[in-house]
Design a binder for this molecule. Sequence first.
Ligand code: AMP
Length: 307
Amino acid sequence: MSLLVVGSVAFDAVKTPYGKRDKILGGAATYFALAASFFTDVRVVAVVGDDFTAQEEQVLGDRGVDTTGIVREKGKSFFWSGEYGDNVNDAKTLDTQLGVFAHFNPRIPEKFKDTSFVFLANIDPVLQLNVRQQMNGAKFVAGDTMNYWINGSRPQLGEMMKNIHALLINDTEAKMLAEDPSLARAAQKILKMGPQALVIKHGEYGSTVFFEAGAFGIGRHPFRAPTLPLEVVTDPTGAGDSFAGGFMGYIASQGELTRDTFKRAMFYGGVMGSFTVEAFGTERLQKLTRAEIEERYKVFRELTHIE
Ligand code: AMP
């Protein structure tokens, strides 16, 4: 089944201990769409400036992603610049220039409105809610957020959370959102804010999904998935969005929400994140094959499986 993502399509400048890039294709929706495209049909809704060329759009097109929902406006595309030290889980934002993204008001094209699976990438929760309302027939809607909205738009974020099925955030965001230093307690508090499933990403240490009691009829025990212990993380940018793409892409490909689907989706999320960080930007995702994904999925199983 098809999958819609709404979020940033951007240019990034990145510096890591392994090198730097001054202007590469980035954006949460870009990473998400590329990762998800290995599992299902993906549609993107975003805004870019007139600096965004056909060549950049072709990166998504080459993976079969439907880019007709990417609106071009006069001005500059969203630009993010970040730096990583030795802690790969800790991005230091050096610059954020909103450009045309400042006036982003996502309109879902009529032909996308039948999409069953929706991902609201990290944007203003008011816009996320607005998209949610335009997609009120969707079967499963998940969303992301960040510290900026947790601190500055709490009531709006609260409203958004009441209207989604799953929230995908990292440890720091979860603790900040729940105002609780215990992750397990924070998870329970966040589930009471609305979502039936909460996926917490632990960066290089994997991810955990917590369920509201009775959610999707699959019980409330949490499930933890690994990620691969990599010796070299070239560029961590986009790992979280690639995780979300693998997770949602796999769920959309199955169509049905069972506990096993969720578990496998957590594994595929980790697999996609682990590929993204092997090279700068979207370089690794552009060269990836489904066979490599399945190969690594087996390694992930082996990492955690006992007889
Ligand atoms: P991740 O490393 O998975 O958290 O995602 C990094 C991507 O998110 C980069 O490619 C950025 O272009 C994009 N990004 C960074 N800050 C924001 C923001 N405030 N809103 C939307 N996208 C952002």
